[in-house]
Design a protein around this ligand. Structure first.
Ligand SMILES: CC(C)(COP(=O)(O)OP(=O)(O)OC[C@H]1O[C@@H](n2cnc3c(N)ncnc32)[C@H](O)[C@@H]1OP(=O)(O)O)[C@@H](O)C(=O)NCCC(=O)NCCS
Length: 160
């Protein structure tokens, strides 16, 4: 895991334009130009209220994770593995374990929260194997297809 760099813009852009990844995140693929996206990414990656990490494997950037919405001594975690062929190989599990340790040991937080669509079995499995517990559910309209889905909320507490 490492901070994002200017050379990661191209991959972040490809991932944000991928309809499948967008659907899992409940939003439409981005349609802005690469140069407009570059400005957005570089601004976001400098924003101290959001912590973005590039997930690397064998020297390649393969995914992105963010910690955001810092409040009540906790934060929200989001993650994606970009290339389809690299999903299901344990990378997210390892990344989430590292992020949770960073949140508790370095940032001194007491809780890490996350959510996923109820049909995203892989993400649920990642939360479960990283010690998160399901704490509730809700209903959301996906901005990807304007359909209603169930969203599951997870939490990992420092003392659990
Ligand atoms: C969800 C995501 C981040 C998980 O990352 P990953 O590297 O694939 O996750 P891992 O390999 O660490 O763990 C996946 C788990 O799901 C299991 N799994 C994989 N494919 C599965 C499937 N089709 N059905 C059920 N379980 C599946 C794996 O066996 C693994 O569990 P295990 O470690 O007990 O064997 C990744 O698949 C991804 O980026 N998906 C698209 C974007 C997305 O969904 N982001 C999250 C939005 S909330």
């Amino acid at each position: 895991m490492r901070p994002p760099r200017a050379e990661d813009v191209q991959k972040a852009y490809e991932w944000d334009r991928d309809p499948e990844l967008a659907a899992w995140n409940g939003r439409p693929p981005i349609r802005i130009s690469l140069s407009a996206a570059r400005r957005d990414y570089l601004a976001r990656w400098e924003d101290s209220s959001v912590k973005t990490f590039i997930i690397e494997a064998e020297g390649e950037a393969i995914g992105l994770a963010t910690l955001y919405d810092f409040r009540h001594e906790g934060c929200e975690l989001g993650i994606k593995i970009g290339p389809k062929t690299l999903r299901g190989r344990g990378y997210a599990g390892e990344a989430v374990d590292l992020l949770v340790s960073y949140c508790f040991e370095t940032l001194g937080l007491r809780a890490v929260r996350g959510s996923t669509l109820s049909h995203n079995i892989r993400m649920q499995r990642v939360f479960e194997k990283c010690g998160f517990v399901e704490v509730g559910d809700g209903s959301i309209i996906s901005r990807f297809d304007n359909k209603r889905y169930t969203e599951l909320f997870y939490e990992r507490r420092w003392d659990s």
